[in-house]
Design a protein around this ligand. Structure first.
Ligand SMILES: [Zn+2]
Length: 176
């Protein structure tokens, strides 16, 4: 693990790039792996984001365009692609993942090896980042998890209707 980590540090320029990219756009990470822009965050605090995002975060015709950074090896790129093919089986034909070159589609997910694994929730405008750090995030379930965010899913525990489906047995919880 140590050797792997230092190999990444010496061969990839991305971790620092990720930091500067995130700083440029004032991107924050919430709930561990969700990217959010400062503008969107202040809209959320003002309660303006819900209505706007409900209509605009979905991908037209269910077509989700993505590009893969040149930092990935051919086999890593294949692995990401096959993970998405598998995800497509789970979500059904309503969603199709299409790999494009950067800029080939107006709105697309730019997958790169940043620091850690993270994604925006739903479609943004223009290119949007999805970080899958080499040696850390290239596992099927992580790749699929991050792309689920890009499709528009939040974590289950963040759902607005969460409290309707959960019963908390306070008597079973020790105090302190
Ligand atoms: Zn997540």
């Amino acid at each position: 693990m140590q050797a792997q980590a230092s190999a990444i540090a010496t061969t990839a320029t991305d971790p620092t790039m990720a930091t500067s990219r995130q700083a440029e756009d004032n991107i924050k990470i919430i709930e561990g792996d969700i990217m959010i822009s400062q503008t969107h965050q202040s809209q959320m605090l003002n309660g303006q984001a819900a209505a706007a995002s409900a209509a605009s975060i979905y991908w037209p015709n269910g077509t989700v365009y993505y590009s893969l950074s040149v930092d990935y090896t051919a086999s890593e790129a294949d692995y990401i692609e096959s993970s998405l093919q598998e995800l497509q089986l789970y979500v059904g034909s309503a969603v199709q993942f299409k790999r494009v070159s950067p800029g080939e589609a107006a709105d697309y997910i730019e997958v790169y090896s940043g620091s850690g694994c993270s994604s925006f929730v739903g479609r943004q405008t223009g290119p949007q980042w999805l970080s899958l750090q080499r040696g850390v995030c290239l596992q099927k379930y992580i790749i699929q998890h991050e792309f689920m965010h890009a499709l528009g899913f939040w974590h289950e525990q963040s759902r607005a209707d969460r409290d309707h489906s959960v019963v908390i047995w306070w008597s079973n919880i020790d105090s302190g």
